[in-house]
Design a protein around this ligand. Structure first.
Ligand code: GDP
Length: 140
């Protein structure tokens, strides 16, 4: 398996509850290395652009409003199979369906306020990493 990078976001529900460190511990415990990290307050236009693939979904407007409701922590995670490994430690989108020990099972408030984002493919990871970081920001 190749060394991979993926984009993670600690969402506003988690930063509000001071869970950045607890979530980072889960990520690191899963063998993922945080090789870039930045706390930002997204604008509405930025959140809309980031979630453009969901533009037609019924929850798009709510999701954008949620994502700009507080600071987020954008991160680049590096490791073997990082995209899949991060999805595994995140857990299912709906915390009610998330496996025990996953970030969403332990910390998520709802299907929307579910504490973390993670890229769903290597192709999207490259696009999403470039949305937040330049090459110089990433220190492997
Ligand atoms: P993910 O890849 O597991 O994050 O899930 P998706 O790509 O399907 O959805 C993106 C994000 O939209 C999720 O992480 C949630 O924050 C939000 N979301 C997904 N499904 C719903 C829903 O049914 N209702 C609401 N309000 N938000 C949702």
């Amino acid at each position: 398996m190749a060394l991979e990078r993926t984009l993670s976001i600690i969402k506003p529900d988690a930063t509000r509850r001071n869970l950045t460190g607890a979530i980072n511990a889960k990520l690191e415990g899963a063998g993922l290395r945080i090789v870039a990290q930045r706390r930002v307050r997204l604008t509405t236009a930025q959140a809309e652009a980031f979630y453009a693939v969901h533009r037609e979904r019924p929850f798009f407007r709510d999701l954008v409003t949620f994502m700009v409701s507080g600071p987020v922590v954008a991160q680049v995670l590096e490791g073997e199979n990082a995209v899949a490994r991060n999805r595994e430690v995140m857990g299912a989108t709906n915390p009610a369906n998330a496996a025990p020990g996953t970030i969403r099972k332990e910390f998520a408030e709802s299907i929307e306020a579910n504490s973390v984002h993670g890229s769903d493919s290597a192709e999207n990871a490259a696009i999403e990493i470039a949305f937040f970081f330049s090459a110089l920001d990433i220190v492997g």
